[in-house]
Design a protein around this ligand. Structure first.
Ligand SMILES: [Zn+2]
Length: 346
């Protein structure tokens, strides 16, 4: 017993990770990705889509190292020392192809919507751990829009910063405070050196100016951490109180127990489901996709709707598409189900 206790204490002293990371969506692409030569940046992204569809896509294509869901569950996609394809056309300080020297974290949510504190805390803990591991200072924890750039096109004659606003909220001071980051990049070295021009002035003011649309959503002071001040045994126990439910990417409130009560509800932050809970039915195929619906098949001769959708053929959560129309299953007239109609479900 005493030996066990000693081993346990030695394990704690070794600085063991307090973060539970699920391998449920570890990408089959891992083996083919080379090991990165250096790690200079941590790049934060927003998925702009719900958890399940994001995780499936990230896993299939190996497009991030980690994905943090809206309930704070962390999934490993690509092993952290290998190259993940997350930054696309990108440049930082004159160096192109940021994938070659960065770790990418996808956060389920939207670039201009506040995230719930349970997710922010999970991102913060993961970022802290990676900063320690790769010796990355706060100002090199950036968002995708800091590094993405666009090639000349119809609207922009030159290579330009502002190809996308992905992860934009993570540049805002109020959000960085909650992430425990005290500094951010001071200016855009590539614009200064005229390698790029500014293609999105609003984005520039978010990244480097004083635009901060999240101020009302977060308290001014950092929220209490679960793992840091306490340190040692308590934080380790808390961080490992329960493993995430690997069957359900959304069942991620694992650390709540009598011993470890849930954190106080965040003030002024929308409810946890807010980012992905539109109330009106989707109106287009793009919207169906972005809400996580998957195409199940088309009605044809011999393939009826109930063959495709089973007993859910007339559910309000099943959608029929035809000629750019989207019809909820609970309003469809069975007499009007016609060949060529697509069926979408979750
Ligand atoms: Zn991105």
């Amino acid at each position: 017993m005493r030996v066990f206790a000693l081993l346990f204490l030695a394990f704690l002293a070794s600085g063991a990770s307090a973060i539970d990371i699920s391998n449920r969506y570890r990408s089959p692409r891992n083996a083919e990705r080379r090991v990165r030569k250096s790690t200079e940046l941590i790049v934060l992204h927003t998925t702009e889509a719900p958890a399940r569809s994001s995780l499936n896509k990230l896993c299939e294509r190996g497009e991030a190292h980690y994905c943090v869901t809206e309930v704070g569950t962390v999934y490993r996609i690509i092993d952290r020392d290998r190259v993940a394809f997350h930054a696309g056309r990108s440049m930082w300080n004159g160096k192109e192809d940021v994938d070659e020297f960065s770790v990418g974290i996808e956060c389920v949510g939207y670039h201009d919507k506040a995230m719930d504190m349970v997710q922010i805390r999970a991102i913060r803990d993961l970022v802290k751990e990676l900063q320690k591991m790769y010796k990355i200072p706060d100002e090199r924890v950036v968002c995708h829009s800091h590094v993405a750039y666009g090639a000349p096109n119809k609207w922009q004659k030159k290579n330009h910063r502002g190809r996308k606003r992905c992860g934009m909220l993570f540049a805002m001071p109020s959000v960085r405070t909650q992430l425990g980051l005290t500094r951010r990049p001071a200016s855009d070295a590539d614009v200064r050196a005229k390698r790029l021009v500014v293609g999105d002035d609003y984005l520039r003011r978010v990244l480097y100016g004083s635009v901060d649309t999240m101020k009302a959503s977060y308290p001014k002071t950092p929220s209490p951490t679960q793992g840091q001040e306490g340190g040692g045994l308590l934080s380790w126990l808390r961080g490992n109180a329960k493993k995430p439910d690997n069957k359900n990417p959304d069942a991620g409130k694992p650390q709540i127990s009598a011993k470890n009560p849930p954190p106080p509800p965040p003030k002024l932050v929308p409810a946890p489901t807010a980012p992905a809970a539109p109330t009106s039915p989707p109106k287009s195929i793009a919207e169906l996709k972005s809400r996580g619906y998957v195409f199940k098949g088309s009605v044809t001769k011999g393939v009826t709707a109930s063959k495709i959708a089973g007993s859910r053929w007339n559910s309000k959560d099943t959608y029929y598409t035809i000629r750019n129309k989207v019809i909820p299953g609970n309003t469809i007239d069975p007499a009007h189900i016609e060949n060529g109609m697509g069926i979408w479900m979750k």
